[in-house]
Design a protein around this ligand. Structure first.
Ligand code: DC
Length: 229
């Protein structure tokens, strides 16, 4: 099948909107591949920090993003292990520091350009669920279904807090909320590929909605988008 005929479902939205959990569950239910595009930005940021590249050195950061090798190792019933340049880095990638670095370098057009092909390579049969900020607007503008998830900042901070706690990381709520708002503002206001719904995206507000209900809603939309799947 030509790569452009492989069906794609994009799920974009701000941090903590439930994107990761929801996209993963939807991909599993459809039996499709899954792209965690945020992990690529986080991995590029991590590799840059290992190489001690300054966050204002756009050329070196773009080279780093182009050269970084990211490998996902699926685990049944758990998040995949992520290897960055061969080093298992799953826990480090999830930290708030890594998220903030990713958000900073993601504002650089050369870094974004360096990651485009890596993201499009995930489009393989039988289909792809792509999670990010610009999946529906920039990376897969021809996706058959585009979903944009939102939730109140307070609820997103609470979800993040729970997630980090489960991973044994302790962060205080006011700091988390402040960081989430700062990261959202930067991701939404950058001139290149800001977080925003595509014109043809379906908007779902997940505030107060259990994850399972959102997953069912997205699967129902997918059944309409691909009736013969
Ligand atoms: O989804 P996440 O929290 O893992 O993403 C980390 C950062 O990477 C996010 O703050 C902005 C950036 N990012 C992006 O700019 N475009 C994407 N498609 C995914 C992530």
């Amino acid at each position: 099948m030509h790569p452009n005929r492989v069906p794609v479902l994009t799920i974009d939205g701000p941090s903590g909107s439930g994107k990761g959990t929801i996209s993963r569950a939807v991909a599993e239910r459809l039996g499709w591949h899954f792209l965690d595009s945020g992990a690529l930005y986080r991995a590029a940021g991590l590799a840059a920090s290992w190489a001690e590249i300054a966050l204002d050195d756009a050329d070196a950061l773009a080279r780093c993003a182009r050269d970084v090798e990211v490998r996902f190792e699926d685990r049944p019933g758990d998040d995949p292990l992520v290897y960055v340049n061969g080093v298992e880095s799953s826990a480090e990638l999830r930290t708030e520091t890594c998220g903030a670095t990713a958000s900073a370098i993601a504002a650089l057009p050369a870094v974004r350009a360096a990651l485009v092909d890596k993201q499009r390579d995930f489009r393989r049969p039988p289909g792809l669920v792509a999670d990010g900020r610009d999946m529906g607007t920039v990376i897969f503008p021809d996706a058959g279904l585009k979903v944009f998830l939102t939730a109140s900042a307070e609820e997103r901070a609470e979800r993040r807090h729970k997630q980090l706690k489960q991973k044994g990381l302790e962060v205080n709520m006011p700091a988390l909320l402040r960081d989430i708002l700062a990261r959202d503002a930067r991701d939404a206001q950058r001139p290149v590929a800001p977080t925003r719904p595509a014109d043809d995206a379906v908007l779902l507000d997940t505030t107060g909605t259990p994850i399972d209900a959102v997953v069912s809603k997205v699967l129902a939309l997918a059944a309409t988008a691909w009736p013969t799947r």
